[in-house]
Design a protein around this ligand. Structure first.
Ligand code: SF4
Length: 950
């Protein structure tokens, strides 16, 4: 397959396409970036890429909008910056000064306190080349293993699970297995939202293989769970109990493959003893499931020719993460469901290059090419490959340990790259202490707006998607090229280049007169050295080259010298990379979550992803259109818990754990089980702010989460902690919304952050439909406090939103203190159009009015009644404005709300497929990226059920 790097489209206008890879998730979709001159103007899925065959989800298909000039100007870090002291505004400096300062601080720290006083905290967003040089800098040059990554928060349980059972950290499966599976067992993964393109592939597989069944294991009834043939809605943290219970049933029912167990595994007897007492009754008690459902799941598994399990953060982000992984892999080994088409345990990676980081050993306990730090022979091999005397033997600090060590004063210098620990790490109180105590904090980042940027002494501007050159590896071990379509803006530089420039300065001082360990001129030379370290290892890629990938497209590993293609599946011969060639059963003991709910903290809080956002929103949060699906932060509760707490949608509650608290609007959700709450991981300080009980009170869900971690993988239990939920008791509420010039809106949001910090709760969220032909981006503001603030406190907010009272139609009730204002402009036809509104006071009815005005403003249509009348009390009821809350958006591509889809489906006729086809002909929802298709199908099914009941 030819894969030219650059495809001219219209050379006369300088338009061209560059093949690259989506930077968001581990699916690893290929993209074609269209540029005109030095500007990215569009993106589409690469039809030749074997991960996505041309498809992109909402996030991937809007990538070009995040590279728009106004976003770059307002959100990117464009030059090195330095703070004279913490809290001071950073000042621009040149690269020479920045590199000299950082290398001096590193050398001084190493010489004064030893190499372990330095900690490097890096990211699964980095390319393999970036990862490689960071790892070599720490372990080869500085002599510390204190290099860890946010992949620790994401994948380390999967690494430990694979190694403990199969012998090596290698997913044995591939995406093609979707089409061959009879049963797909999805556990701890909301695939429909977190890996949408894999969900599309799975839907295709089921359409082509109607007998294929899906079991989804999840405490929440997620979009993925709603698609399942069987949803096992387990209690949070009961994954091992479920797997052991299923194994008990499979033994009882005779579904185990005894010949495979005898020929290819070890350790089964101990496990058999372990699960002897895991009866259906005991398993039902531990998991909250019905015995019948357990039996159904076991029988479906046992009766299936090929079983594929797909799993992700729900298993990994647990204090029992390795056991969760091991217990699931046990099921595959015990039934011989591995090493065949359509069969095997398939860990889905969250980040785009979590796999690449693992390959180069970019974690505190690993070495290059899947070598183990604890193995003296492996250390000697790496030292020889790098040309250094040795690699330090002492294990490095893993993510949580690194920040704890900084908080304790043990680590003096923290160098953070391409990640946002001030939001993403659990137990933010400790993270904030680490930033205060560390003597020097460096942040290497593409975006200037992340929460971590506020704590950095030195900020180094890095290149990002569309600008970088290198490779990433996706969930199925496939290496894709990342190619630059445009040069980095401002003074931003490639991550690998920054590291090499610092390393060369440091090595002149720490090992003068010896050759450079960093003789790299470009990304390819870094990758070639990495390739050399893989020779003879399980991930041997000595047969690959940039040129081969250029010619033949993305390739899976292993791909040793002499091979003509990589291996799609591993362990097809039943031999595993262990000392005796046998896979090992994992003796997993079921334990309760690290922090079970109790009388003081009676809710189980889980966290997870939204469909259209990515991590801390540094990129996706720059687009208004990606907030259409989830327009505001919330804590989700079931209807019964909302009623028990006497809460209506939007009421503010205080969510309190043993470590911190967070104020959020409550929202009723059918996905939630009783006594369980959910907060999306994305909401952090870029959106949330306010005067909290502590400095970390608005860091998002991780103000609450526990640092308890898996003893083998050291992955924290981000998925679960115990909380209590009470009314926030903030009686005064402000809601405001305004269209603003897009060239200023994001900067204004930044300026609003300190102003909003004086209130008890505040959220500031963009809205809009990029590309906006009128050059606008909107901001939505929701603010609350104990009582009405003085006018001075509000004046700054009004000014940033262009909602000063004198610029608006204004109504004030002197008796209640309620204020309402509308900013209106006349269009070319002379019709009034709403540009912004402001409504505050203590009247609960204002919520319905603000909903009405919000819908009116977002509709961007001529007003149906004069704006002056809209201000009057009772106008909404008289004018027929929205009485119910605005319907959330379902389809981001064509801006179709849930209510519109429901109405079209109700008017359509025939079965679900026919109604969907008629609805799509009318509204086009789901006909572009397809991310809303699971939702649309669910609504269609609900309409059919309603029709039958009627
Ligand atoms: Fe990007 Fe979406 Fe593909 Fe993930 S599924 S790589 S976010 S386009």
């Amino acid at each position: 397959m030819a894969a030219p790097r650059i495809i001219p489209i219209a050379p006369d206008v300088g338009s061209r396409e560059t093949r690259s890879t989506c930077p968001y998730c581990g699916v690893g979709c290929g993209v074609l970036i269209r540029t005109e001159g030095a500007q990215i103007v569009d993106v589409r899925g690469d039809p030749d890429h074997p991960a996505n065959f041309g498809r992109l989800c909402t996030k991937g298909s809007t990538l070009h909008l995040t590279a728009a000039p106004h976003v770059t100007a307002q959100a990117r870090l464009l030059q090195p910056m330095q703070r004279a002291r913490r809290g001071a505004a950073p000042v621009a400096i040149g690269w020479d000064d920045a590199l000299a300062t950082l290398s001096d601080r590193i050398v001084e720290t190493v010489q004064a306190h030893g190499p372990d006083a330095v900690g490097l905290y890096i990211s699964g967003q980095l390319l393999t080349e970036d990862y490689y040089v960071f790892n070599k800098l720490a372990k080869g040059l500085l002599g510390t293993n204190n290099v860890d990554t946010n992949s620790r928060l994401c994948m380390s349980s999967a690494v430990a699970g694979y190694k403990a059972t199969l012998g090596m950290d290698a997913p044995p499966t591939c995406y093609e297995d979707f089409a061959d599976a009879d049963l797909v067992f999805i556990t701890g993964s909301n695939l429909a939202w977190a890996h949408p393109i894999l969900c599309r592939r799975l839907e295709d597989a089921k359409a082509a293989r109607p007998g294929q069944k899906w079991i989804v294991v999840d405490p929440r009834r997620t979009e993925t769970a709603a698609m399942a043939d069987l949803h096992l809605q387990i209690l949070p943290g009961s994954d091992v109990a479920l797997a052991n219970g299923l194994l008990h049933l499979m033994l009882w029912e005779g579904f185990t493959d005894n010949a495979y167990i005898r020929a290819h595994t070890s350790g089964f007897e101990a496990l058999r003893e372990r699960v002897r007492e895991c009866t259906p009754r005991e398993t039902a008690r531990a998991t909250g499931l019905r015995e019948d459902d357990l039996l159904t799941a076991a029988r479906w598994w046992g009766a299936s020719g090929a079983v594929l399990s797909l799993y992700c953060m729900g298993l990994n982000q647990s204090a029992q993460g390795t056991a969760n992984n091991g217990a699931l892999i046990n099921l595959h080994l015990a039934t011989g469901q591995i090493g065949r088409p359509g069969a095997g345990p398939f860990s889905l990676t969250g980040q785009p290059n979590a796999m690449g980081g693992r390959e180069v050993g970019g974690l505190a306990n690993l070495l290059s090419a899947h070598r183990d730090l604890a193995n003296p022979a492996h250390r000697a091999e790496v030292a020889a490959l790098w040309g250094v005397d040795d690699v330090p033997a002492a294990p490095g600090k893993t993510a949580i340990e690194m920040f704890e060590a900084a908080a304790d004063g043990e680590i003096k210098l923290l160098w953070i790259a391409c990640t946002n620990p001030a939001q993403s790490m659990p137990d933010q109180a400790t993270v904030r202490r680490a930033f205060e105590r560390a003597e020097y904090v460096v942040l290497q980042e593409a975006f200037a707006t992340t929460a971590t940027a506020a704590f950095a002494d030195l900020l180094l501007p890095a290149s990002t998607w569309g600008e970088k050159n290198g490779t990433v590896t996706n969930s199925e071990r496939r290496i894709s090229r990342v190619r630059p379509a445009v040069p980095p803006p401002g003074a931003a530089r490639d991550d690998w280049r920054i590291v090499v420039d610092v390393a060369r300065r440091v090595e002149q001082r720490l090992r003068p007169g010896r050759g450079s360990l960093f003789p790299f001129d470009d990304a390819e030379s870094v990758w070639n050295e990495h390739r050399g370290t893989t020779r003879g290892r399980d991930l041997d890629i000595t047969g690959l080259s940039y040129a081969l990938i250029e010619r033949d497209g993305p390739q899976q590993w292993p791909f040793p010298e002499g091979a003509t293609r990589g291996l799609a599946r591993l362990y097809t011969d039943g031999r595993f990379p262990t000392a005796d060639g046998r896979a090992r059963f994992f003796d997993a003991e079921a334990k309760p979550p690290a922090e079970p709910r109790d009388a003081r903290f009676p809710f189980s809080l889980t966290s997870g992803r939204l469909r259209d956002q990515w991590h801390g929103m540094s990129r996706t949060g720059t687009l208004g259109r990606l907030f259409g699906h989830a327009a505001e932060p919330s804590v989700d509760l079931c209807a019964q818990d909302m009623a028990r707490l006497n809460l209506a949608d939007g009421d503010l509650v205080r969510v309190v754990s043993r470590r911190g608290e967070l104020v959020l609007p409550a929202r009723r959700s059918a996905a939630q089980a009783s006594a369980q709450a959910f907060i999306a991981m994305h909401w952090g300080e870029e959106v949330l702010t306010g005067r909290g009980a502590s400095a970390d009170a608005f860091a998002g869900v991780n103000a609450l989460t526990t640092p308890a971690s898996c003893p083998q993988a050291r992955q924290p239990e981000l998925k679960h902690c115990a909380v209590r939920i009470t009314r926030a008791g903030l009686g005064w509420r402000l809601r405001a919304m305004a269209w603003l010039p897009q060239a200023e809106a994001l900067a204004r949001r930044e300026r609003l952050r300190p102003l909003l910090a004086q209130f008890g709760y505040a959220a500031c969220v963009p809205f809009g439909r990029e590309p906006d032909t009128r050059g606008r981006l909107g901001l939505w503001l929701d603010v609350a406090d104990l009582q009405a603030p003085d006018e001075l406190a509000l004046a700054g907010l009004r000014a940033e939103l262009d909602l000063a009272a004198e610029a608006m139609l204004d109504y004030r009730d002197p008796r209640t203190g309620m204020q309402r204002g509308l900013r209106v402009a006349r269009d070319a036809e002379g019709a009034e159009r709403l540009q912004g509104f402001w409504i505050c006071g203590t009247d609960a009815a204002d919520n319905a009015v603000s909903q009405w005005w919000r819908e009116t403003l977002e509709a961007d249509a001529p007003l149906e009644m004069p704006a002056r009348r809209m201000l009057a009390p009772g106008a909404r009821e008289r004018g027929g404005g929205a009485a119910a809350p605005a319907s959330p958006q379902m389809c981001t591509c064509f801006n179709v709300s849930v209510a519109q889809a429901e109405s079209a489906l109700a008017a359509a006729t025939g079965d679900a497929a026919q109604r969907i086809a008629q609805t799509q002909a009318q509204l086009r929802c789901g006909t572009n990226c397809g991310s809303c298709l699971p939702h649309l199908r669910r609504l269609a099914q609900e309409q059919i059920t309603l029709a039958v009941e009627a």
